[in-house]
Design a protein around this ligand. Sequence first.
Ligand SMILES: Cc1ncc(C[n+]2csc(CCOP(=O)(O)OP(=O)(O)O)c2C)c(N)n1
Ligand SMILES: [Mg+2]
Length: 744
Amino acid sequence: MSTFEQHAWTQGYLDKIRSNALPTLLSRAELLTDVEIARFYNSMLTSRLLDLRSRLLQAKGQSFYTIGSSGHEANCVVASALRVTDPAFLHYRSGAFFIERSKQLPGSTPIYDLLLSFTASSDDPISGGRHKVLGSLALSIPPQTSTIASQLPKAVGTAFAIDLTQRLGLEGKWPADAISLCSFGDASANHSTAQGAINAACWTDYQHLPVPVLFLCEDNGLGISTPTPTGWIHHTLSPHMQTYVADSRDLANVAAQARAAVEFVRTQRRPALLQLKTYRLFGHAGADAEVAYRRKQLIESELEQDPLLFATALMLERGIVDAEQLAAQVQALDAQTARVAAVAVGRPKLTSAAAVMKSIVPPRLEKPELPRAVRADVLAFDKHNLGKPQHLAKIINWTLHEIMAQHPNTVVLGEDVGKKGGVYNVTQQLVHQFGNNRVLNTLLDEQSILGLGIGLAQQGFLPIPEIQFLAYVHNAEDQIRGEAATLPFFSNGQYTNPMVIRIAGLGYQRGFGGHFHNDNSFAVFRDIPGVLLFCPSNGHDASLLLRQAVELAYREQRLVIFLEPIALYMVRDLHAPGDGLWCYDLPSAETPLPRLGAPAVRESSLVKANPDLVIISYANGFFLSCQAQQQLAEQGIAAKVLDLRYLVPLHVDAIAEAIGDCRKVLIVDECRQRGSLSEELFTRLHELTPDYYQIRRLCAEDSFIPLGAAAYTVLPSVKQILDKVSALLQPKPHETEQHQGVAP
Ligand SMILES: Cc1ncc(C[n+]2csc(CCOP(=O)(O)OP(=O)(O)O)c2C)c(N)n1
Ligand SMILES: [Mg+2]
C-alpha cells in the first residue's frame, strides 16, 4: 500500500459511509448495547487509523515497523470480555485488543503510547524505544518479541502459576481469579512451540490441575503467503479443548463466544480455544507486495469482508450515529492521530549504547533478608551423612533443601525431579520435604519447562527449572534467548523473570552416554546479553554459587544458568582411590559468598616465591588440572590453578588479579577449540595487557563425543595438560613470543 493508497483508503471509507455502500449485517447484534458497539467501533477505527498512520510515518523514515492489525480489530471484543488484571500475551495483530483494554484503565493514552512505540521514542512507556511491541505494565500485557508462538509456553506457565499461588497460600502478581490469554496467528498455531504449549496445557488439565488459559487464534487463513488449509485450525486444535468459534464480521457473535470462553476458563480453571475468523488486509506488513502471491480478485474480495465495514454498518443500522456524524468522527480521529503522531515523532530517541543497554540487567530490588533455614531440621532426612564431606551431587541437593526452606516462593521443576530425584539424584527427597506443589514433575518438553519457569517468575515465584542434559536445552533455547533474557530489555526493566536454570552437562562421564549426555558446548549462552552462567567444579563452590545465584535472582531479578558437570557429581577422590579429596563440607550458613566473577585459586603444594605458570580452567578441566598440578609439583614445577566458576560474563580483571605477575598461562578448556570460552579468555587477557602473557590453549577437538573410551580421544587429558605445560615452559625454537595461542 503506497502513501497515496493509504490516504485513498480513508477517503474511500468516508465515501462508503456517506453513500451507505456498506455490507449487509450478519446479525442485528441484539446482545450488544449501543454503548458497547460505539466503544468497539472506536477501538477498531483507532487501531485501523494507527496502522495507516504507521505506514505514512514509515514512508517518511519516522516509523520502523508496519505490521498491523487491519482486519483483526474484532479482537477488541475479546479484550472487553477480560479484565485488565488478566495477563495477556498478544499477537502482533492485537492492536485493537490493546486499545480496548486501555479503556478499562482510566487515564490511559493508547494512541500516544502506540505512536511512541512505532517511532521508537525513548518515551515509549513499555519498551523505552527498543522495539515496537504491544505491551504495558499497567494493562498486564507483557511485551512480545517477534518470534511467533514463543509467548505460548509462558502464557501456559502463567496460567499454572496463578492457581499455584493459591495452593501455596502466597501473594502473586496476578489475582486469584485471573486467567491468562495468548493470541497468535493461524500459521503460528502449527509451530512446535505453539503445539507444545497447547499440549502442555491439555496434559496439565487432563490431570485435573488448574490451568486457566485462553488460546485466541486469530485465523486470517494466511501465514505471510502460505494459505492455511480451510478448516485446519478447527481440525487440529479443537479436539483438545473446549472450543469457541466466532467471525470478526459479527461483533455480537464475537462477544457471545468470547464471553462464554472467558467464563468457562475463569470458572472451570481449564484451557479453552477461541477461534476468531479474521481477515488480513493490506498485506502481511508494509513492505509485503501481496500481488506477487495472491490473485487481485482475492485481495479485493477480502477487502469487502473488512470487519470494520461491518462494524460501521452496525453503527448506522442501529442508529447510534448518522452517516455525517460518523464521517465527522472518522475525520476527527484521523486528525487526532496525525496531531499525536506529530508530537510523537519529535520525542527523544535512544542515542547512546548506555541508554539502549540500561535495561538488559533488571533493576535491583530492596528485599528483606530472609532468615536462613535451620540446617539440622532441613537436612534431618540425611542426618547420618550430615557433617561428613560429600560429593557434588549431594551438596547441591542439600543446598537446594536449604534454599527451598529459606525462600518459600522457590519452585523446583523439570522432568523426573520429583520422586525419582532427577537422573542423578540431585533433587532427591525435595518432593517429600516440600510437596508436589513446590517440586513439579513436568512433562517431557523443555520449551514448556522453561515457559513454565518464565510464567512462574512473572507471577512472583523464584523458579529453579532443571534441564536434564545440556544437549537438550538446544531445542528450547529460544525460551531463554528470545523470551526470558529479552523481557527486561523490551519492557524497560518493568517486567522481569528472575530464575536459576540448573542444567546438567559437559563431558567425561566414564564410559556412558556418547555425545548427547556428554555435550561439551555451552556457546549458546555466551552471547546472550544479561544472562549469567555459573559452573562449579566441586561441592563447596557449588553450594556457595547456588546460594549466590538464588540471591541474585531474588534481589537483582537476574536470570542465572547454573551448569553442573555431570561427570563430577559423584566423584569423591582426586589423585587416588579413597583419598576423598573431591569431597567437601557443606559450607556453613555464615560462609561469605564469593566475589562475583572471582576465580577460585588452588596454589601448588610446591612452595615457590612465584608460580612457574598459571593454569586457567573450570569444571572437569579444573579437576584434571588439579591432578596435573600434583604431578607437576613432583617434577619441581609450581602451577597455580584457577577455577573460573563464573563463565558468563568473564570478569577479566578478577582473573588477571588471580593470575598475578605470572606471564605463562595455559587455558584448559574441555569445550571445543571453536566456540569455547578459551577464545574469549585468550582475547580478553591479550586486550587487557597486550603481549604480556604467553598463552597456550588446550581444548577439546572440534568433534562430537563418541561412545565409550573413544570419548577421551577428543577431550583434554592430564597427559595433554602436562605436555602443554612442558611446551609452554620450554618453548621450542620456532615458538616465539609473537607466536601465541597455537591450537593444541
Ligand atoms: C519462529 C518464527 N519463524 C518465522 C517468522 C517470520 N514470520 C513472521 S510472521 C509469519 C507468519 C505468521 O502467520 P500467522 O501466524 O498466521 O499470523 P498472521 O501474520 O497471519 O497474523 C512468519 C513466518 C517468525 N516471526 N518467527
Ligand atoms: Mg495468519
